[in-house]
Ligand binder design. Structure first.
Ligand code: PEP
Ligand code: MG
Length: 575
């Protein structure tokens, strides 16, 4: 039966492919009792699933990421140990035998008991290993239920697969990145969650906030995904399929045409040069940066180097990553943000998850609370500054005391390098993200103490409007055109321009072509976005005359009614 679902559009493009469900099988285990004469068969089924899981884990070694071979091996060894643990293996077999229950149920009960034991540990690292127990059991359950697993080895690398999940963390998406899914769909999530941002960076059509997609779809259902409209058609009929294939071709054609703009300088019709920089998560994102002709890296989200691993990257590993990007950009600016961990980007084994993590120990707050970790990163960044045009960007600053403490850390890191005779760029520029309303409201102090500013609209909107950017229930209220946001943007951009300090926008607004003219009108001359969005924005820059948009921009800033603002922005875009 064909039906259509509507969600939040995250990443444009049309994909046609087959459902690949990523499930939390442990949540869906059923319980049944069987006749005594079938118990033997059930134990054999259990043994076969255990053996197949053992083999799968062994095979996974061939898929390990090269840069994290040691950690990956340790992780696999741990999972093999859990699999062999008597609480999982022996105890489940005994339970099937004595209680005549199904294998899935026995495994789930034993898993719960083992997880409860892990929760008793005082040591945070050991306590967190309960997650590994659940992952291992989920793998066995997938074998029992005939579901394909969601670890990399079990995914067939096929452009026609569409990943459907209840939710995916940014860390999970990194692992799945190399599998080139044709589209990504999730039940939860908002348009500026980090998972959504990554999907956009992959140029993969993506729709989030679909609520019950995973429940309503079956493995291998045929899907059409229109990422730009947030529409998903399940099991479409032949005529709809033909129409969307046509649309897909047109979309691809338009995208290919944009490629000829790659080397064209981004200059407005009246001759103003605009810098279009790229946001990256990892050094190997550079390929897309070159492909789309970015003139710099405006935001390297360095925290992605820290995800999916139990042992954090040391100074040498970080230095190698930062240096690779600095050298790769051959003198163009490379703005590296110090790690913004916390909120939806947690370290493996994070000791506690606050009740409001986005308001908790995140970004610079965490850096200042973990001096050793921060100093290690600062040393690595400073060392990399000898190999290119590296700038350091500090996320989530709120107050002057945080700025002062941060600058003192940088002085200390420089001093420690001096003591060891290690070179670095002594003039390295330090910038601050403006992503908390308080920072925008006391901007003078930021302008005085820092070399440049970068507006993080994703968080600025989240914190100004009190909308959790990852929560699909309030996603409809997340409004970049709210008058309060426009006021703050206008204030920050014009104050920075007046003071002669560079300012950019590196949040998702910078990559959305519907906001390009508005931002240009507000005085923005530097944008940083996912590489995949860059050429569309450039096309808009090339067709904009700044003097022609001044009046409409002023009317937009004066308007207070959201509908009126939208109408004026639409006018601006067709002017
Ligand atoms: C932002 O908040 O706009 C930003 C660019 O940072 P992140 O999305 O990584 O929080
Ligand atoms: Mg942010």
């Amino acid at each position: 039966m064909s039906f259509t679902l509507h969600g939040i559009p995250v990443s444009s493009g049309i994909a046609i492919g087959y459902v690949h469900l990523i499930s939390h099988t442990v949540l869906e285990v059923v319980h049944y009792v069987m006749p005594r004469n079938l118990v033997h068969e059930e134990i054999a089924r259990f043994d076969a699933a255990m053996e197949s899981t053992r083999q799968e884990l062994a095979e996974l070694r061939n898929y390990r990421p090269l840069h994290a071979a040691a950690e990956f091996d340790a992780f696999l060894d741990l999972h093999l140990m859990i699999l062999a643990d008597e609480h999982i293996d022996l105890a489940s077999r005994k339970m099937i035998e004595h209680e005549q229950c199904n294998a899935e149920w026995a495994l789930k009960i034993q898993m719960d008991a083992l997880v409860a034991q892990f929760e008793e540990f005082d040591d945070a690292y050991l306590r967190e290993r309960k997650t590994d127990v659940v992952q291992v059991v989920e793998r066995v359950l997938n074998k029992l239920t005939g579901q394909p697993g969601h670890q990399p080895s079990a995914v067939v690398p096929d452009m026609k697969m569409i990943l459907v999940a209840h939710d995916i963390s940014p860390a999970d998406l990194i692992q799945l990145k190399s599998h080139h899914f044709a589209a990504i769909l999730t039940d939860l999530g908002g348009a500026t969650s980090h998972t959504a941002i990554m999907a956009r960076g992959l140029s993969t059509p993506c729709v989030v906030g679909l609520h019950r997609a995973r429940q309503l779809m079956r493995e291998n259902d045929l899907l059409i995904v229109d990422g730009g409209q947030g529409v998903v058609i399940v099991n479409p009929d032949e005529q709809v399929l033909v129409e969307y294939k046509l649309l897909q071709n047109q979309w691809e054609e338009a995208r290919n045409k944009l490629k000829c703009l790659k080397s064209t300088p981004a200059v407005t019709l009246d001759g103003t040069t605009i810098e279009l920089h790229a946001n990256i998560e990892l050094p190997n994102d550079l390929a897309e940066v070159y492909e789309n002709g970015a003139t710099g890296i405006g935001l390297f989200r360095s925290e992605f180097l820290f995800l999916n691993r139990d042992v954090l990257p040391d100074e040498e590993e970080q230095f190698a990553a930062y240096r690779a990007v600095a050298e790769g950009m051959e003198g163009l600016p490379v703005t590296i943000r110090t790690f913004d961990l916390g909120a939806d980007k947690q370290l493996n084994g994070a000791q506690r998850v606050a009740s409001n993590p986005a308001l908790g120990l995140r970004a610079i707050r965490l850096c200042l609370a973990e001096p050793q970790m921060f100093l290690t990163q600062l040393r690595a960044l400073l060392r990399a500054s000898s190999y290119g045009n590296v700038k350091i960007l500090i996320p989530m600053l709120t107050s002057v005391s945080e700025i002062n403490q941060t600058l003192q850390f940088i002085v200390d890191a420089k001093q420690s390098l001096d003591n060891e005779g290690i070179p670095y760029n002594r003039e390295i520029q330090i910038g601050g993200m403006i992503e908390i309303p308080a920072a925008a409201l006391v901007l003078d102090v930021f302008i005085k103490k820092l070399d440049f500013l970068s507006i993080g609209t994703n968080d600025l909107i989240q914190y100004t409007l009190a909308i959790d950017r990852t929560d699909d229930e309030v996603a409809h209220l997340y409004d970049p055109l709210h008058p309060a946001i426009l006021y703050l943007l206008s204030h920050v951009i014009s104050s920075a321009n007046k003071a002669g300090i560079p300012v950019s926008v590196c949040g998702e607004m910078a990559g959305k072509v519907i906001f390009t003219r508005l931002l240009l009108g507000l005085g923005l001359r530097q944008f940083s976005m996912n590489s995949a969005q860059l050429l569309r924005v450039k096309q808009c820059v090339l067709t904009t005359s700044l003097p022609d948009i001044v009046t409409l921009k002023q009317r937009i800033l004066r308007a207070k009614d959201p509908l009126k603002i939208r109408e004026l922005v639409e006018k601006l875009n067709i002017a």
